[in-house]
Ligand binder design. Structure first.
Ligand code: SF4
Length: 404
């Protein structure tokens, strides 16, 4: 029997609405939005980006998870891993009794037909989906429509004999799931490139040919099994992880187009190169909003709130760091004191950081005079966390007068 899969909720939206509001709503954030996205207290002014926080895909995934817990109160309910990259949201689900198959404690867990498994917003691999279906579990699939759109295109590349070249993070759940779509076709291939430096190295191979061993030494872990650069880079289709930096994805797409043009010429290009924009609109809106905020307001510093392993949050921080001192904090606790801040260092050169190593810095908040702070949050950060950041910021900035 095919598994029971819920893809459009479980008809309990209204029943869980109050619980969701209690867990994630912020009256303060509503007030700030109503005040032209500005918060003022004493010497402090906070400018909030006009698009920030929970995106439509995350909103929906969290809603479905709450509905699933409510609907299947008597059954074991699992998540394959983090539903989104926000520890507070994951902890709330844990507290509600949802178990995480990615936890070490679940390593020996055997799933069966009585179990319910929630699939996260960034989806799961084709193989994982098959294994869960084989177990007969009831599935609550929260995979975002924007991710499904990428999958559709990658699957089509494979059907048409094109290798999917994916701009993304090779270990990110979404990119692994997207890459697996290429393998639904027997000879399907994929290659993941992380940044412009990696794209440039692949483009060199396209232009010159050869260099198979060196290529596999560098990219073997990021390519489909049996990848042969000479054969598998002859026809390529570009895709992205939905949360990458839009400008970088576009540049990488152009780098590949140019390399294919130089190798095969204009007449062959349409037969050998395809590309389409797979950055999701929510990611794009948040990136645009932060640029608009930086253009509009002179700032002393920028705070970017979100999980350190949240791709879209890291990219927001990268955009900001190129313009103004920027601190990427995981949550309000990152604001340790008026002098100390715990944060993920941001390079500011447009290159997404590869590590999530946390650092503590001092002297982040001007000690006297006016303080102008820009604020945004990644797509997996709920409003209550943003509200708590504003409250703590106000406390540390003190109520001193702007002239002090
Ligand atoms: S960031 Fe984009 S693709 Fe990811 S869940 Fe949100 S809307 Fe969907």
């Amino acid at each position: 029997m095919p598994p029971l899969i819920f893809r459009k909720g479980l008809d309990l939206k209204e029943a869980v609405a109050d619980r969701l509001a209690a867990d994630y709503h912020s009256a303060l954030v509503d007030e700030v939005k109503a005040a032209d996205y500005t918060y003022r207290s004493g010497r402090l002014t906070v400018h909030l980006a006009r698009e920030f926080g929970f995106c439509y895909g995350v909103d929906r995934a969290v809603d479905y998870a709450y509905q699933a817990r409510s609907r299947f109160a008597e059954r074991r309910v699992f998540l394959t891993g983090e539903i989104i990259h926000n520890p507070h949201v994951n902890d709330k689900l844990r507290a509600a009794g949802v178990r995480f198959l990615s936890d070490a404690a679940e390593r020996e867990t055997v799933l069966g037909p009585d179990d319910v498994v929630i699939l996260p917003a960034f989806g799961v691999t084709v193989g994982e989906m098959g294994r869960l279906a084989d177990r007969g579990c009831t599935l609550v699939d929260t995979t975002c429509g924007s991710v499904l759109n990428v999958w559709k295109n990658v699957a089509r590349y494979a059907q048409d004999g094109f290798t999917a070249v994916i701009h993304g993070k090779v270990h990110h759940e979404e990119t692994r799931a997207t890459a697996s779509q290429a393998l639904k076709v027997p000879d399907g291939r994929y290659l993941v490139v992380f940044d412009k430096a990696e794209a440039g190295a692949v483009c060199d191979v396209i232009r010159r040919g050869g260099g198979r061993d060196a290529f596999l030494a560098r990219f073997g872990h990021a390519a489909s099994e049996g990848f042969d650069p000479e054969r598998d880079l002859a026809r390529i289709g570009l895709a992205n992880q939905t949360t990458m930096l839009m400008s970088e994805s576009l540049e990488i797409g152009e780098m590949f187009r140019q390399a294919m043009l130089e190798r095969y010429g204009e007449s062959e290009l349409p037969l050998r190169f395809r590309a389409f924009d797979t950055i999701c609109s929510a990611t794009q809106e948040r990136q645009d909003a932060v640029v608009a905020l930086l253009d509009r307001h002179p700032l002393d510093l920028m705070l970017v709130v979100g999980g350190y392993n949240s791709s879209n949050t890291c990219n927001l921080a990268n955009i900001c760091a190129a313009r103004v001192p920027t601190y990427h904090i995981a949550d309000p606790d990152g604001l340790v004191s008026a002098n100390g801040i715990r944060h993920r260092p941001v390079t500011g050169d447009g290159v997404p950081g590869r590590t999530a190593r946390e650092a503590t810095s001092t002297g982040w908040l001007p000690v006297a005079g006016t303080v102008r702070v820009g604020l945004t949050a990644g797509a997996s950060t709920p409003n209550n966390i943003v509200g708590q950041v504003i409250e703590r910021l106000a406390r540390f900035a003190g109520a001193g007068s702007p002239q002090s």
